[in-house]
Design a protein. Structure first.
Length: 158
């Protein structure tokens, strides 16, 4: 975010949704201060209105360095129809459009991906369409159908 802001993207803002987990709020605030983006950053803290918070952003980012086993935040971002940029850890490659994936810890690639989405309506549309396809496959009905198909195939093979 700091590099994008310094690059002239004056309208860019950072909204961190959540509360202390792997890092404390104090550690995050130090990083924000060191990056010189305190004036464009807000941290929500723990909130009950997560959907409203996510709906307030234009682009969602899940920049995990390690495994994402369930990726709830990614699914929440996708569910409110926001383009998602993510690192390619854990289950994320199964959920996220390849053009919106970057390597873990690759800050430049992450900034480039965000900038590309901001500057390209075509890319933004491509990502949103891919996310809609992914989300359509994650319904309870689809899960049941796939599970039954698997069970039937196992029975039919015997």
């Amino acid at each position: 975010m700091a590099s994008l802001h310094k690059k002239g993207m004056e309208n860019i803002r950072l909204f961190l949704i959540g509360f202390d987990t792997a890092m404390t709020s104090s550690q995050i605030e130090t990083l924000i201060d060191d990056a010189g983006i305190k004036d464009i950053t807000r941290i929500s803290g723990k909130r009950d209105d997560v959907n409203a918070c996510i709906s307030a952003v234009d682009i969602g980012v899940v920049a995990s360095l390690w495994s994402e086993a369930i990726a709830r935040s990614a699914l929440e971002i996708m569910a409110v129809d926001r383009p998602l940029v993510s690192t390619d850890v854990g289950v994320m490659p199964d959920l996220v459009c390849p053009s919106a994936m970057v390597g873990p810890g690759d800050v430049k690639a992450l900034a480039d991906a965000i900038e590309s989405i901001v500057n390209s309506d075509e890319l933004r549309s491509e990502i949103l369409e891919a996310q809609k396809r992914t989300m359509s496959q994650l319904t309870l009905e689809e899960f049941l159908k796939r599970s039954l198909n698997l069970y039937h195939s196992l029975i039919d093979d015997k």
